[in-house]
Design a protein around this ligand. Structure first.
Ligand code: HEM
Length: 179
């Protein structure tokens, strides 16, 4: 997992819960990196999972809710860092339908070692989209947060339902209806 995902996460934890919480979750985790991340580095996903699990335990907030909140913050980072990529779209449905064959393809060119999910389109209309998310990382709620912010970015709203295909969250159907 790319370092920027860690550095932005720990910044947000510090912002919301304080530096003590950052120290606490790093110290409780068994991290090969020692908890020192650079935005351009690459680290094991298991480190992110441990940090999330300890934060969840300490705050009583479920991991999925933490991922959702984090993704909403991360969208702002993406918007700042890759404005040209976002500017290629003029509506949220087209943008979300292009993660797989355009957006994440570009990401892979910038970061060849990025670990990305797949989003396969099942059905698409002008105002709706059904996609299957697949990833061993089960970060579907990170996807949900990014989708929420994608609609907000276009001053639009949607109802987004998740249906787990695999109980462990490694395969999830997203049913998206623009309001
Ligand atoms: C992960 C880039 C838009 C879904 C990532 C990562 C990067 C990235 C750098 C981390 C990869 C790693 O750590 O190895 C971008 C950029 C975007 C964009 C530049 C737009 C300009 C989106 C959108 C979604 C999305 C709109 C909406 C569903 C995800 C998910 C992951 C991810 C779910 C977590 C990894 C996983 O589940 O396996 N993306 N992304 N991305 N992205 Fe995107």
């Amino acid at each position: 997992m790319k370092g920027i995902v860690f550095t932005e996460f720990l910044d947000l934890v510090e912002d919301k819960f304080g530096l003590e919480m950052v120290d606490e979750i790093i110290n409780k985790s068994n991290l090969e990196s020692g908890g020192a991340y650079t935005s351009v580095g690459t680290y094991e996903f298991s480190e992110m999972l441990q940090l999330l699990q300890h934060l969840s335990k300490n705050t009583n907030i479920p991991v999925d809710d933490l991922l959702l909140i984090y993704a909403e913050h991360f969208f702002g980072v993406l918007k700042e860092s890759y404005p040209d990529l976002l500017a290629m779209y003029n509506n949220p449905i087209d943008m979300l339908a292009s993660i797989e064959n355009h957006i994440h393809v570009e990401v892979k060119k910038i970061y060849p070692d990025a670990e990305l999910p797949t989003f396969n389109i099942v059905e698409k209309t002008d105002s709706s989209l059904v996609m299957i998310y697949k990833s061993s990382r089960a970060m579907h709620h990170f996807g949900l947060g990014l989708m929420n912010k994608t609609f907000e970015h276009f001053n639009s709203k949607a109802t987004i339902e998740l249906e787990k295909i695999q109980e462990d969250g490694t395969e999830v159907k997203f049913i998206i209806n623009q309001n």
